[in-house]
Design a protein around this ligand. Structure first.
Ligand code: HEC
Length: 162
């Protein structure tokens, strides 16, 4: 006689151990890993704010790396520290904007109307105020750097350099 084949009962599903992460936890972990992977990529924003070889003229980097050394070398001994020749202190932006005995010396955004630029180009009056620096002329490249910087807004810190 035909006997029904004996079917072994299916093994009872293993009890889920409490330490087994459930599906939701796994999904969250995956998302977290993916997010971390994205965050770890060097982002373009970080790259552009890093000090670069060629900072734009409207940045503090440009002032610090290109303009400040020119001013320190050629102007600070008479217009920095305790020396405010011509009533002009160029160490802070406030000082530079205040100007000297003859009034405003720079117009941020307009180098061509800035007295300071006329004086360093030796295109101002022969006297009162005289060309700057008084006994020499800075290089054309340095004049161009200062001109570029004033045209870009004369961005500089309002605290004296350390
Ligand atoms: C050796 C000292 C000396 C140096 C260096 C010097 N200056 Fe002067 N500066 C003076 C004197 C003095 C005056 C006032 C001149 C006058 O009124 O005729 C003056 C005046 C000025 C004025 C006009 C201020 C005003 O309102 O009359 C400007 C702008 C100026 N200097 C910029 C500069 C810059 C920029 C540099 C560097 C590139 C520089 N100076 C380097 C001595 C100096």
């Amino acid at each position: 006689m035909f006997r029904k084949p004996h079917i072994a009962p299916l093994a009872a599903p293993a009890l889920q151990s409490p330490s087994t992460p459930n599906r939701a936890t796994l999904t969250l972990a995956t998302i977290a890993l993916a997010a971390a992977a994205i965050l770890w990529q060097p982002s373009p924003v970080a790259a552009s704010t890093a000090p670069s070889q060629d900072p734009a003229p409207n940045t503090l980097d440009f002032y610090n790396h290109h303009v400040l050394p020119i001013l320190q070398t050629n102007c600070y001994r008479c217009h920095g520290g305790f020396n405010h020749r011509g009533g002009l202190n160029i160490v802070t932006r406030a000082g530079l904007l205040k100007g000297g005995h003859d009034g405003t010396v720079i117009i941020p955004g307009d180098a061509s109307k800035s007295l300071l630029v006329k004086l360093i180009r030796h295109e101002g009056p022969a006297n009162d105020p005289m060309p700057m620096p008084p006994k020499s002329k800075i290089s054309d490249a340095d004049i161009a750097t200062i001109t570029q910087w004033i045209n870009a807004g004369a961005i500089m810190p309002d605290t004296p350099p350390q």
